[in-house]
Design a protein around this ligand. Structure first.
Ligand code: SF4
Ligand code: SF4
Length: 398
């Protein structure tokens, strides 16, 4: 694709990166077939190719409107298009650059702006979110399907006793929504000779605010997390950083890129990214048979963001679960961070399709790897939706 970026962006790091990405796109349109919003809306401007064109126009200085922003807002950032693209177009990175430019040039209405500001303020604050969730649960009967039911207690966290140690991220919303996930990971890793630690002061990974287009505040969250983790890394106390939520994992694995222009943090960020692993990359299977039928929903942040496919399915199968077939497994469930709150109609349609695909094989449970997908699917599924690590732990106990 030929480009002629405008002076305001041409010689910036973002402009140079966007230009290189845009030039790779050959307009072939292969990505259209795997884009969830194009499948639902059938509008080229709600496809990857259409959005790439809109971003190109914005970066070339053409007028941008509320309609430009709407088509970018409707994108789930699922990155399914990246997996499909034969030219290696890094759509997600281009979307981040384009969204920042469009956000600056087209003001949002007061209601839309306030909604985003409240989400950006409340969700990354673990204690505040936990209090709001407790309050919501007291009045759950008033909001059917909106407030998740209380989750099982975390259970005991094994005391650190092994020479091999890894850090886990508690995250912002996961401890309140599903406290058992990290504790189950700690118990299973402890059995295989690895002690899992959490840094008590660690906060949000930055994905929430970054993807709400509060990009600089998102980077502040990333820097704050690096500051908390760095002493563990510097002292050589941990060999890896383990992510139990694939959404956080996809972001932390990109810290090196997202902070590449921050001289004070780029080296630390790159080191943190190098050390980061998805939980499925470090856990061993539990030997077992006859554990029941399970449908696995692979989050976009796992299969497209981190390009990890098949290993959790294999862990579940080796641990005795029978995996049911899931058609169109590459498609997003509609959760996508705060997308389910900001684009409820599209998100609801995607969830309906995803649940039909997941439940079609008559599983006894749905397993997934990201707290957002788990909560979103769990609100409407006919069978329990669990983190896969909990199923592995249950396989041990039966
Ligand atoms: S598949 Fe890749 S090269 Fe083809 S239109 Fe989509 S982004 Fe461009
Ligand atoms: S990231 Fe997902 S929703 Fe956005 S253009 Fe790509 S495939 Fe479509």
């Amino acid at each position: 694709m030929q480009t002629e970026l405008a002076g305001f962006v041409r010689d910036t790091p973002q402009g140079r990166e966007a230009d290189a990405i845009l030039r790779k796109c050959v307009h072939c349109g292969f990505c259209l077939a795997t884009c969830p919003t194009y499948q639902l809306l059938g509008d080229e401007l709600d496809s990857p190719r259409g959005r790439i064109y809109l971003i190109k126009q914005a970066l070339e200085g053409a007028p941008v409107t509320a309609s430009t922003r709407l088509h970018l807002d409707r994108c789930l950032t699922c990155r399914s298009c990246e997996t499909t693209c034969p030219s290696g177009v890094q759509y997600g990175r281009l979307a981040d650059i384009g969204r920042a430019v469009v956000e600056e040039r087209v003001a949002r209405g007061p209601w839309e702006g306030a909604k985003r500001a409240v989400l950006a303020f409340a969700l990354p604050r673990r204690a505040l979110f936990a209090s709001l969730l407790r309050l919501g649960r007291m009045f759950r009967f008033l909001f059917p399907g909106l407030v998740p039911a209380p989750a099982p207690a975390a259970g005991a966290w094994p005391a650190p006793r092994h020479a091999r140690r890894m850090l886990a991220l508690a995250g912002c919303v996961q401890p309140a929504l599903a406290p058992r996930i990290n504790a189950a990971a700690a118990r299973l890793l402890d059995r295989s000779g690895i002690s899992l630690l959490e840094a008590p002061e660690a906060g949000c990974c930055g994905a929430l605010r970054f993807h709400l287009n509060f990009q600089e505040q998102g980077r502040d969250d990333m820097r704050a997390l690096i500051d908390v983790w760095w002493p563990y890394v510097q002292r050589g106390e941990v060999e890896a950083i383990v992510m139990t939520a694939s959404g956080c994992g996809a972001t932390v694995k990109e810290y090196g890129h997202l902070l590449a222009h921050d001289a004070a943090y780029r080296d630390k960020a790159a080191r943190i990214s190098d050390m980061t692993k998805d939980l499925g990359e470090v856990v061993q299977p539990v030997a077992g048979t006859g554990k029941g039928r399970v449908a696995f929903h692979s989050p976009c942040t796992l299969q497209h963001g981190q390009q990890i496919r098949g290993n959790i399915e294999s862990l579940l199968a080796q641990s005795g679960y029978e995996l049911t077939p899931v058609p169109d497994a590459h498609l997003c469930c509609g959760s996508a961070g705060t997308y389910s709150i900001l684009q409820p109609e599209l998100s609801g349609q995607l969830r309906e399709r995803k649940l039909a695909a997941l439940q079609g094989g008559q599983p006894a449970a749905i397993a997934t790897a990201n707290i957002g997908c788990l909560t979103h699917l769990g609100a409407a599924a006919e069978v329990p939706v669990r983190h896969w690590i909990e199923l592995l732990e249950e396989a041990l106990q039966r």
